[in-house]
Write a protein that binds this ligand. Sequence first.
Ligand code: F6R
Length: 239
Amino acid sequence: MRINVLKDYETLSRSAADILLSTVKENPKAAIIIATGSTPTLTYQLWVRDLLAQNIPTDNLTIIKLDEWGGLPMDHPSTCETYIRTYIFDPLKLREDQFISFQSQPEVPEQECLRIAQEIQRLRSIDICALGIGKNGHLGFNEPSDTWSTVPFVATLTKESLGHDMLQGDSSKVTFGITLGLNTIRQSKHILVLANGTAKTDIVNTALRGPVTPRCPASILQELPNMTLLLDQEASAKL
Ligand code: F6R
């Protein structure tokens, strides 16, 4: 595992965008898991801007949505779907068949998990997985729990997660989370984790210095040799 502490959010985002850029340059057929939320937004903006400016082909990439707020309509402004379409899918003019994406209102959520698991199984590999860390230590919607998750699953969201900024104070329509499990995340050749700001100082410290336990899913990062963790100075302040 590699931990890099960068001066600030902008430097962290530049560094993360460079890693994503190299992944696509090395493998134009890369499959990439994408987390949403505030942390990676500038990273994706810089990455997409550079892909376009450098005319790097993106028509063979596969984008995989890490998780979704179950119960919201797909085109709701708070969904992970809307986020990915806004920052990545639309600007790169990707095709629908390049996007592996949980439905946010599936008839049978468990079947939706199976569908996504099967789509991922058909890929040759997952090249990189971009992750953020929840304030409660969640990875995707792998919430603190007594057991580790494995395959894609329907998650019961914690109060902390329902207070996520993405939902802008209205979690009334969110009835569950749907997320890739830790085995799919671990299967990625490279795991790129980003955390910035004082809101992440304590959880970064707990995840990296505390015991490896499903009570803090991000603690699994300690066991991932192929993980790069990029922190700004604020998030790393207690390490
Ligand atoms: C969102 C996701 C979440 C976020 C985490 C951090 O797709 O998977 O696990 O990565 O909640 O969110 P931000 O970056 O908004 O602090």
